[in-house]
Design a protein around this ligand. Structure first.
Ligand SMILES: NC(=O)c1ccc[n+]([C@@H]2O[C@H](COP(=O)([O-])OP(=O)(O)OC[C@H]3O[C@@H](n4cnc5c(N)ncnc54)[C@H](O)[C@@H]3O)[C@@H](O)[C@H]2O)c1
Ligand SMILES: O=c1ccn([C@@H]2O[C@H](COP(=O)(O)OP(=O)(O)O[C@H]3O[C@H](CO)[C@@H](O)[C@H](O)[C@H]3O)[C@@H](O)[C@H]2O)c(=O)[nH]1
Length: 331
């Protein structure tokens, strides 16, 4: 299949792009490199551009003959969305509107969208399945929920097959330790803990230990990027021009911040100092997937259930490339 991958130079998008190519699909990334890395994309497969540029997107899709879009490009930091909602509403909502217009122009009528468990937000019932109430508690999550509705409305009015994929927390690195998580500035829990283990930071600031969870710290469901990529392959093949679907992608196992910290200490064999500080505005207390639908309907078989195995893959990447893609480019 010919697939355009917006945000295909980013953490999850590049993992899916590489998987598409490995499985013989004709995929290209469309990315403005605001967060992603050229070195994460196989040679010749990156088109540099901004999703706000409807004409450029339509041109690329026509020239490529794209049959489907995987839409990853977005502003993704929960904490940043509280202090800079303008960027999130503009990039995520206006950006997706531009993409949907370009898809109509280029007559591309199949789409996967990277939504998030953060749309369940303050829903206190875990694990959550796809019918759980969506109660987003950050501007980021509200933009993702708004885009879910925008896609549904466009599909209804203009014809579009779509699958909304609500990922839980993407984590880990590929098996060879060649591609992993690298954001600048880094805000994600596992890479930050591993940067402390590497001696690049003094300690981890733990955002709040007074949540209504067993140890007081936030609970998340950390799903490996290989398993996310496998889910995308299954979803893209199942998405026809009339599909209207939604799936959670998560392991079903929740880990508290303290449990992830312990796993990182065990895997690295290093002491990782913590300092408890105030809650980070926008953080939901607990987000854990019920992934039954993805398993039964699409046959998804995740390989990573144990947080330590996932952290081991991330640790291999961080040790090999301590400064992420900056080190990779040098080699
Ligand atoms: N990482 C997670 O845990 C997680 C969980 C749930 C959902 N998601 C969603 O998955 C998607 C990918 O997340 P990620 O962690 O890989 O983030 P990322 O920042 O690594 O990747 C996003 C990519 O989009 C690109 N981009 C951003 N704005 C763009 C624009 N206007 N035009 C073109 N390219 C643009 C960036 O350069 C980057 O390469 C996002 O939509 C995110 O909201 C991620
Ligand atoms: O320095 C830090 C960083 C994080 N955390 C905590 O660790 C947990 C995970 O945080 P993080 O790794 O930043 O992920 P999320 O905020 O959960 O957001 C990620 O996961 C979401 C799904 O939950 C996606 O939608 C987002 O795009 C993605 O950035 C949260 O409880 C944070 O409060 C800390 O205590 N200290």
């Amino acid at each position: 299949m010919k697939v355009l991958v917006t945000g295909g130079a980013g953490y999850v998008g590049s993992a899916c792009l590489r998987k598409l190519l490995a499985e013989g699909h004709d995929a290209i990334a469309f990315d403005n490199l605001s967060e992603g890395y050229e070195a994460a994309v196989p040679a010749g497969k990156l088109v540099k551009g901004d999703i706000a540029d409807t004409a450029a997107l339509a041109k690329v899709m026509k020239e490529h003959g794209s049959e489907a879009v995987m839409h990853f490009a977005a502003a993704t930091y929960v904490g940043e969305s509280v202090t800079n909602p303008d960027h999130h509403y503009n990039n995520n909502i206006a950006g997706t509107l531009s993409l949907l217009r370009a898809m109509r122009e280029a007559k591309v009528n199949r789409m996967l969208f990277s939504s998030t468990c953060a749309t369940y937000g303050d829903n206190p019932v875990v694990p959550m399945n796809e019918t759980a109430a969506q109660i987003p508690c950050s501007p980021y999550a509200r933009t993702k929920l708004a885009v879910e509705w925008m896609i549904r409305d466009f599909a209804h009015a203009y014809g579009l097959g779509f699958t909304l994929l609500r990922y839980f927390n993407a984590s880990g690195a590929d098996r060879d330790g060649e591609f992993g998580e690298a954001h600048d500035p880094e805000t994600h829990l596992i890479p930050l803990l591993l940067q402390v283990a590497l001696g690049q930071r003094d300690k981890l600031m733990l955002y709040g230990d007074d949540y209504p969870t067993p140890d007081g710290t936030c609970i998340r469901d950390y799903v490996h990027t290989d398993d996310l990529a496998q889910a995308h392959m299954l979803a893209i093949m199942a998405t026809t021009p009339t599909t209207a679907e939604v799936f959670n992608i998560g392991t079903g196992n929740g880990q508290s911040v303290k449990e992830v910290h312990r796993a990182c200490e065990e895997v690295t064999g290093k002491k990782i100092p913590l300092q408890v500080t105030a809650r980070r505005p926008g953080d939901a207390p607990a987000l854990v997937a019920d992934p039954t639908k993805l398993k039964t309907q699409l046959g998804w078989k995740p390989e990573f259930y144990d947080i330590k195995r996932t952290v081991e893959t991330a640790w291999a990447w961080h040790q090999k490339y301590p400064r992420g893609y900056a080190d990779k480019v040098k080699r």
